[in-house]
Design a protein around this ligand. Structure first.
Ligand SMILES: [Fe+2]
Length: 294
């Protein structure tokens, strides 16, 4: 059986992260659930940084090396103090370049876009050992059990920095509204008192709203549905080395099928600060369910 087609990747010709690049004011494209792809926008490593393209720099616990903001602390890496300083500087440079880039692409978000963690992922996707719920080779929208978002958007800037020609292989899926319609009939209401209890005993970092509950159920229902994973609407996308791509990962169905050596910057944006808040997962779900979710 052939999968219904999905056509959500839009390519742009930028070759610089700086303010003089050609693409700007494309909020409507990303808010519509498109993947903005820049096939000629590499994150350039200094000669001395190329040694970091190796799994051995992880500390053995985390699969990602990351810089946490606002402190700027490096996490998940092991090495000498001088090595870790150099590694941290590389990741921080990615944070700064991708932030300047995002604010050029989306000037409407100036003053409201918040910088989340920056990560360097040196580990091959194929080698990850996970449960079905953590298996990111299955199509899903991003939602996290311990970290309720309350509707806040997750904007991500990725760049494939592999030097062996390995593409970052993704699958992408159906529009969010179609995805919500597919699973909303089978989503149950949260158990009364459960959000309070999970927050009290520390399962969640703050109270889980009904929005978070529905998003987690969408994430889990999709990953558990093998028929949907195999025969649902989807497209394979290969992001070649030197490609940067930008996506709302709480809205775009995605799965990481392969690849190694990637940079990633997360940004947060409140729904009200979107150019068109009605395109958000929160407002879409509220429209479909006819009630507020937070
Ligand atoms: Fe994801």
């Amino acid at each position: 059986m052939t999968n219904p087609p999905v056509d959500i990747v839009r390519e742009f010709p930028d070759t610089t992260w700086a303010d003089n690049g050609p693409t700007r004011g494309v909020e409507a494209v990303v808010e519509d659930g498109m993947v903005l792809s820049f096939p000629t926008l590499p994150f350039v490593l200094a000669e001395d940084e190329r040694r970091f393209l190796d799994e051995s720099w992880t500390d053995g616990h985390a699969k990602n090396i990351s810089v946490r903001w606002p402190t700027g602390d490096l996490r998940g890496a092991a090495g000498s103090a001088a090595d870790l300083d150099a590694l941290r500087a590389m990741v921080v440079r990615y944070a700064e370049q991708s932030e300047a880039f995002a604010l050029r692409l989306f000037p409407h978000y100036r003053g409201t876009l918040r910088r989340g963690n920056t990560s360097f992922r040196p580990v091959d996707v194929a080698g990850r050992e996970t449960s079905w719920r953590k298996d990111d080779t299955r199509l899903h929208v991003d939602a996290f059990p311990s970290n309720p978002m309350h509707g806040t958007r997750l904007l991500r800037v990725f760049c494939n920095v592999n030097e062996e020609g390995k593409p970052r292989k993704w699958r992408v899926g159906e529009p969010f509204v179609a995805h919500a319609r597919r699973y909303l009939p089978s989503i149950t209401r949260p158990i009364p008192g459960s959000a309070w209890l999970m927050n009290t005993i520390g399962v969640t970092k703050r109270r889980r709203t009904e929005y978070d509950h529905v998003m987690l159920q969408l994430h889990d229902h999709a990953k558990a549905d093998l028929e949907f994973q195999k025969d649902g609407p989807q497209a394979h996308v290969n992001f070649a080395p030197g490609t940067t791509w930008v996506v709302y990962s709480d809205q775009v169905l995605h799965a990481a099928m392969g690849g190694q050596h990637m940079m990633e910057q997360t940004f947060y944006l409140d729904v009200e600060d979107l150019q068109r808040p009605e395109t958000s997962p929160l407002r879409t779900l509220e429209r479909l369910l006819h009630r507020p979710l937070r």
